[in-house]
Design a protein around this ligand. Structure first.
Ligand code: IVH
Length: 718
């Protein structure tokens, strides 16, 4: 039976493995029929849907990615995510000019190079410079085969799978398009779409600064399903390799791109003189604020393609084109207040609240102040900026908006500073939860230490807590966490980790039943409660990792767990530790013990001690410890285990354990787990479906065993 109807979030690991196997076969068959026999049996859209489904399952179950996965295979279908692509013709950049005189110089230099008399005609195109990211789309026989980012101009990244999710891009070109056609242009996001997306994403805590970053971030997603949900658009304005000339002029060539189904910019015009060029620049500049997308200048290109050819290129840019940039827009206004925003990682960011002011056609009321030092007049390198001038509430400030949506404060007008203006004091408490906000040495950012209880961080923290490598609670995804966090009813609310484990009990005594709520049925509620109960005795290292203490990820959590063996031992040490108070002070014994743990340094130790120094965190952990009992770590048998010190590679499908589990087991027994086979490999554990790694191992004469033999070998050690 096909699983395709099951949402990816709901697939079990076994179903996912089965479906990945089926998809690999099916897609390989289509590739062979399409590329090998030129006789496809399904539509492009259906083919893409199969690939997307495959990628989505792989994104959720990375440990199940097959050696013959359609997303990693090179050859028939060029779809390897972010693999390098060499551009058939380099993707160049443009020179910038900033004034009308510069434009006159540019025109003069073109005339000089071509040896054109003053009265000889020379036509340029003038069009908006779109603020997005450039893209090269290669079509062969009218069909999109590769999409690549610019990269370093010579080699870009393969983003084909993601580009295919852009609706308005033709997947197949109709009409008289040349057999080989590399269309170049800009991927961008409209401002209104960007704002809409910001709203959607604000709930999950991750946002982008402006439409361009948003477009770039959306395109560089490992999972095309994510890109598919992002409103990306594309303007075609140039080309790379083509199997035949497109036209005689730039203007006509771009019109043809339009005829083949690409969006082309309606503001492109031909200009027969310098005056017309500058006039069109002014016209576009006037309309800038009303355009639905960001632009940062006007691009002029010599219209005749034979002249372009003669002009050729300097090292990185064509002689036949230049970008006339808009000046960064500035205005002065009064700084009314400084608010502190707390990001999802606890970073405190100062935001300027301004007397509303129009900057380049857009009303600005907020601007970023970057960080504490920036306000004080200190740059990132510790050197003074603005001649050391600080920024105070009441100051008249210069605001700049440079294409970006978040404007910044550049400077103040010292003469206008009110007499009673006081230096700004950056808070040392988190405005969202009251916890201490600390700044680590060498860091510009001050962070809230109230991790578990800080509302600004809570949703993100909870998501982390239940994540796959942490507590791994199935059925508690992003959506569900958001729902429980925002629930009005106490009997549904989850604000901190302990609440997850008390949910079932609170539900018992309540009238608001989860199973009556949209999206949860009786079955899924039971499943959820079971999944939660299964995690009441998590391995210590996972539990530690789940707490989301800064710097304590998977590896450091393991190091600490292996050393302290129980949560209580670790916590007592952290609470009793006294950090060194200066040079020559070694701190007390507990501190020494923590920094003495293999691989743990002062930064990590400090984060750990600070976490437990925070009253709120201790309370949240106390509450949690009433519900869960982390399993003590077993002392390491490393020295005498049969695999101690060996380098082991797991390959193929494992049936008795997951990849993660296999890895953890091997590491517990003192082995090193590697991802690929080399001369250094001592042992390969191969399951069904093992491919190239197994071959390599046999070739190198490395010992190969199967999963059952692995268990026999390590049995008594477990
Ligand atoms: S033409 C060889 N036209 O600006 C010249 N570029 O600063 C190829 N850009 O990398 C570029 N709008 O990403 C051209 N109408 C336009 C453009 C444009 C935006 C970008 C492009 C390029 C960058 C150079």
């Amino acid at each position: 039976m096909s699983n395709t109807s099951i949402p990816v979030e709901d697939l079990t690991s076994a179903q996912a493995a089965e479906e990945l196997e089926r998809l690999a076969k099916e897609i390989a068959g289509h590739d062979e029929r399409y590329h090998g026999q030129d006789a496809p049996t399904i539509s492009d859209a259906d083919y893409d849907a199969l690939k997307l489904r495959n990628a989505a399952i792989e994104a959720r179950f990375p440990e199940l990615i097959r050696e013959d996965s359609p997303s990693t295979r090179v050859g028939a279908a060029p779809s390897e995510a972010f693999a390098p692509v060499k551009h058939a013709r380099p993707m160049l950049s443009l020179d910038n000019v900033f004034s009308d005189e510069d434009v006159a110089d540019f025109v003069a230099s073109v005339r000089r190079y071509l040896n054109l008399k003053d009265e000889a005609e020379l036509v340029f195109t003038a069009e908006p410079k779109i603020d997005g990211l450039s893209m090269s789309l290669r079509y062969e026989k009218g069909r999109l085969v590769t999409a690549a980012t610019r990269g370093d101009g010579f080699t870009g990244e393969n983003v084909t799978a993601n580009i295919r999710t852009i609706d308005e891009l033709p997947d197949r070109l109709e009409g008289d398009a040349p057999d080989i056609l590399e269309v170049r242009g800009e991927v961008y996001m409209r401002r209104d779409d960007f704002l809409e997306l910001q709203k959607r994403m604000a709930e999950s805590g991750q946002t982008f600064a402006n439409p361009r970053n948003s477009a770039a971030g959306s395109l560089r997603q490992k999972n095309p399903e994510v890109t598919k949900t992002r409103p990306l658009k594309f303007f075609a304005y140039a080309w790379g390799e083509t199997s035949e000339p497109l036209a005689e002029t730039q203007y006509d060539a771009v019109q043809r791109l339009g005829e083949w189904g690409f969006e082309i910019n309606p503001l492109m015009e031909r200009c027969g003189s310098l005056d017309e060029m500058v006039a069109h620049y002014r016209a576009i500049e006037t309309r800038r604020a009303d355009l639905p997308y960001d632009i940062d200048g006007v691009v002029y290109k010599v219209d005749r393609l034979d002249l372009q050819e003669r002009l050729g290129f300097r090292s990185r840019s064509p002689r036949w084109a230049t970008a006339h940039k808009f000046p960064a827009e500035k205005a002065t206004t009064v700084l009314k207040a400084i608010d502190i925003q707390v990001g999802r990682t606890g970073a405190l960011t100062p935001v300027a609240r301004l007397e509303p002011v129009t900057v380049g056609g857009v009303v600005v009321v907020n601007a970023t102040l970057h960080n504490e030092d920036y306000i004080k007049g200190i740059g990132n390198n510790g050197q003074p900026i603005r001649d050391g001038r600080d920024i105070r509430i009441g100051d008249t400030v210069i605001v700049q908006r440079a294409g970006d949506v978040i404007p910044q404060i550049l400077d103040i007008v010292p003469e206008k500073r009110p007499k009673d203006a006081e230096p700004y004091v950056f808070p040392d408490r988190c405005p969202a939860c009251g916890s201490h906000a600390v700044r680590e040495e060498g860091e510009a950012v001050r962070r809230c230490t109230g991790g578990l209880i800080c509302p600004a961080q809570a949703v993100e923290r909870l998501r982390h807590f239940v994540g796959r490598n942490m507590m791994d609670i199935e059925g508690l995804g992003e959506k569900q966490i958001e729902f429980f966090y925002n629930a009005e009813d106490e009997a549904l609310r989850i604000r901190e980790p302990a609440d997850i484990f008390t949910l079932a009990n609170r539900q018992k005594d309540s009238l608001t039943k989860l199973e009556n709520i949209d999206g949860f049925g009786a079955v899924s509620v039971k499943k959820l409660f079971d999944a939660i109960d299964e995690r009441r005795a998590p391995p210590l290292s996972r539990f530690l990792h789940a707490l989301g203490i800064r710097h304590i990820g998977e590896t450091n959590a393991k190091r600490l767990a292996r050393h302290f063996l129980s949560f209580d031992a670790l916590r007592s040490a952290a609470e009793a530790a006294r950090m060194p108070e200066g040079k020559g002070d070694p701190g007390n014994g507990e501190w020494q013990e923590i920094v003495g743990v293999n691989g743990i340094g002062a930064t990590v130790a400090e984060a750990l001690v600070e976490f437990f120094a925070e009253e709120h965190n201790r309370r949240a952990v106390d509450a949690l410890m009433k519900e869960v009992k982390p399993a003590d770590e077993e002392p390491v048998a490393a020295a005498d285990s049969p695999v101690a010190g060996k380098t082991v590679v797991f390959t193929g499908a494992l049936e008795r354990m997951s990849r993660d589990e296999a890895k953890a087991m091997a590491e517990r027994l003192g082995a090193k787990v590697a991802g690929s086979v080399s001369k250094k490999t001592d042992l390969v554990v191969a399951g069904p479906g093992a491919g190239s790694k197994l071959k390599q191992a046999t070739g190198l004469g490395i010992e190969v065993i199967d999963e059952n033999q692995w268990f026999e070998r390590v049995e008594k050690e477990r």
